[in-house]
Design a protein around this ligand. Sequence first.
Ligand code: DC
Length: 224
Amino acid sequence: MSKRITVAIDGPAGAGKSTLARRIADKLGYLYIDTGAMYRAVGLWAVRANVALSDMHRLEQLANEARIEFVPGSGGVLLNGEDVTEAIRAPEIAEAASKVSMVPAVRRAMVAKQREIGARASVVMEGRDIGSVVFPDATVKIFLDARPEVRVERRAGESSLPPEIIARQISERDQRDRTRPESPLVQAPDAVYVDTTGLSVDDVEAALLKIIRDRTSNGKERTQ
Ligand code: DC
């Protein structure tokens, strides 16, 4: 039986992680795991349950109790059995996710779930700390980035909010994600940096598949 492959894709909001990670997982037949969706699900539950985003103890409880499932192939996300795929994409939930993701105990709970998933199957997992913390021994690590104005433009295309509001939200979220004491967004030293500014999705996909194939035997673990 061939060995499991772990592809870790990290980077800031709007760098193209979700689009690319999903496409690559499809191409290689691996599981696609969007770890941001997991923090969003905890954030959504906290907002709905009126839990203050500063209440670390309650947030820890929610994170431990949350049953987060990915519907294979569809990109769907279930929280405690409910389809929250759309609900977690609301801008206020992105904000809540960024705040709950600062809580060390919430991160511990999510990282444990992520490692469990990665232990069972070959995965393309995307987030902020996958190559640095969740899977320091990942088969392939990629750090996707793009110029801030391009990242804002991409997010603006997916939202009805004015671009200046999106620019502010992204910049505040990036700042929080990069400077939090617990598992901040950093490029792992052995990650390959890919700047997607000015590149089409097809171009980036081809570049990433080449990186992955160079480090594996055409998507399978090298035998030697
Ligand atoms: O990728 P995203 O925008 O859906 O992520 C939502 C928030 O979750 C983001 O502000 C940072 C946080 N996050 C994290 O801290 N660690 C991860 N592995 C993934 C996301």
